[in-house]
Write a protein that binds this ligand. Structure first.
Ligand code: UDX
Length: 435
């Protein structure tokens, strides 16, 4: 199949490279000439394990190209994917669909033969109808179908998630479009990934419902962790104890500093807004979003409490800045709120992250950025684990302790065992576990 991918951001680039790897011919389009120029040079604008190699291989084998020329890419394609950004609109939390609508207008102008236009960006229910209306108004003569095909990949595991998804969701009532989409995903469902064909609005809602449910699961276990701390229980054992029940499932039950990233915060807000607009409010999701917001700052206060109630004038070392490991993404990262809370309380913060420091510098002023974990710990009154990079799992604790002013670790991701920490001579505070 010949595919045009509109938007060479995270989802566009990963999907484009994976489709090319399935054997399709893919042209990735972006408005940003610098990005396209870089991609054509082999430079990948985002950090994602395995992506650079996958792009290079498919470019070399002639299946993957990059361009700013949308009309040429679209007119040559049997399927056009819209994978542009849908940020939260300033002020009201609704998803900002201006990029999607603009892409629809530009695609419409370039359509030639029957084309399947696919929304891959996460878009509110009804966006497919709007894209269809825009294309039809712009080009009443065009033969096309609009399909919703939400993407469920996670940053840091994007390629594996794309190639081995739990399911593929295709939202369309157009039989010809369903056949085209089935052809595109043939390598995956041959590989046993279930393919679910639903109505378009249903597919759009599945994506939001999935993300809201996962955000709820995380927030639930985070609140259980708070309770564990009060009653002397262990949240990891509780998570295991409930997760072994197949009806609950063991994933997404890791208590931590609250969820961040480019999807959960934005998508929960957008779902809340849609639900309010349709007079079917989602009180559970509203509460999840509010609880998660408060939790991030509460984690800063947890560090202050661990330090005896004051951090004024003290140096606090923060390990891990990105919203999760294996990404350079700082969007809605809990580290931002943790650090601001510590700074507001008069602490001096020194931080280290293997990939996130460039992005962090733009967001967090007055932070010292360290060369490595040991440099970060220098003179610190506490060391706080905010993101669970593998690199932090096996530190040389003797060396670390030697650098610190006082041996205190606040582990917001539960990556160490309390007994080991005690043996290493640290005061150790973690999430939902007896110290
Ligand atoms: C998420 C969804 O998983 C993915 O399906 C969707 O397409 C996009 O949004 P992503 O944001 O990349 O993916 O990361 P994910 O691994 O889901 O983690 C999101 C946040 O939740 C992170 O801040 C992570 O630290 C946190 N989290 C996750 C927990 O705190 N506990 C968990 O058990 C799982």
């Amino acid at each position: 199949m010949r595919i045009a991918m509109i938007g060479s951001g995270y989802v566009g680039l990963v999907s484009g490279a994976c489709f090319a790897d399935f054997g399709h011919t893919v042209c990735c389009v972006d408005k940003d000439p610098a990005k396209i120029e870089a991609l054509n040079r082999g430079a990948i604008p985002i950090f994602e394990p395995g992506l650079a190699e996958l792009v290079a291989k498919n470019v070399r084998e002639g299946r993957l190209t990059f361009t700013t020329a949308l009309p040429e890419a679209v007119s040559a394609a049997e399927a056009v994917f819209i994978a542009v950004g849908t940020p939260s609109r300033r002020g009201d939390g609704h998803a900002d669909l201006s990029y999607v609508h603009q892409a629809a207008r530009e695609i419409a102008m370039a359509l030639t033969d029957y084309t399947v236009v696919v929304t891959k960006s996460t878009v509110p229910v009804g966006t497919g109808d709007e894209v269809e209306r825009i294309i039809h108004e712009t080009r009443p003569d065009a033969a096309f179908a609009v399909v919703s095909n939400p993407e469920f990949l996670r940053e840091g595991a994007a390629i594996a998630d794309f190639k081995r998804p739990d399911r593929i969701v295709i939202g369309t009532e157009d039989e010809r479009a369903a056949r085209v989409m089935t052809e595109i995903y043939r390598p995956l469902y041959l590989n046993q990934s279930p393919l679910l064909v639903t109505a378009r609005r249903t597919a759009e809602l599945i994506k939001y419902a999935a993300n809201a449910f996962l955000a709820t699961k995380i927030t639930f276990i985070n609140e259980i962790a708070n309770l564990c701390e009060q009653v002397g229980a262990n949240v990891q054992d509780v998570a295991r104890g409930i997760g072994l029940d197949n009806r609950i499932g063991s994933k997404f039950l890791h208590a931590g500093p609250g969820y961040g990233g480019s999807c959960f915060p934005k998508d929960t807000l957008a779902l809340i807004k849609t639900a309010q607009d349709y007079d079917a409010p989602m009180r559970i999701v509203e509460t999840v979003a509010a609880v998660n917001d408060q939790r991030k700052r509460a984690m800063g206060r947890k560090v202050i409490t661990a330090c005896g109630g004051s951090v004024r004038g003290e140096t606090i070392a923060v390990l891990g800045l990105t919203f999760k490991p294996n990404t350079d993404d700082m969007r809605e990262a809990p580290a931002i709120d943790v650090i601001r809370t510590l700074q507001d309380a008069g602490a001096h913060v020194r931080a280290y992250d293997p990939e996130g420091m460039t992005a962090a510098q733009a967001l967090l002023s007055d932070v010292d950025y360290a060369r490595d974990a040991y440099d970060c710990a220098e003179g610190a009154s506490a060391l706080v684990i905010v993101t669970e990079w593998d690199l932090f799992r096996a530190l040389d604790f003797r060396r670390l302790k030697g650098r610190m002013k006082s041996p205190m670790i606040v582990d917001l991701r539960n990556i160490y065992r309390p007994d080991d920490m005690k043996q290493s001579g640290f005061t150790y505070v973690s999430i939902g576990r007896p110290s």
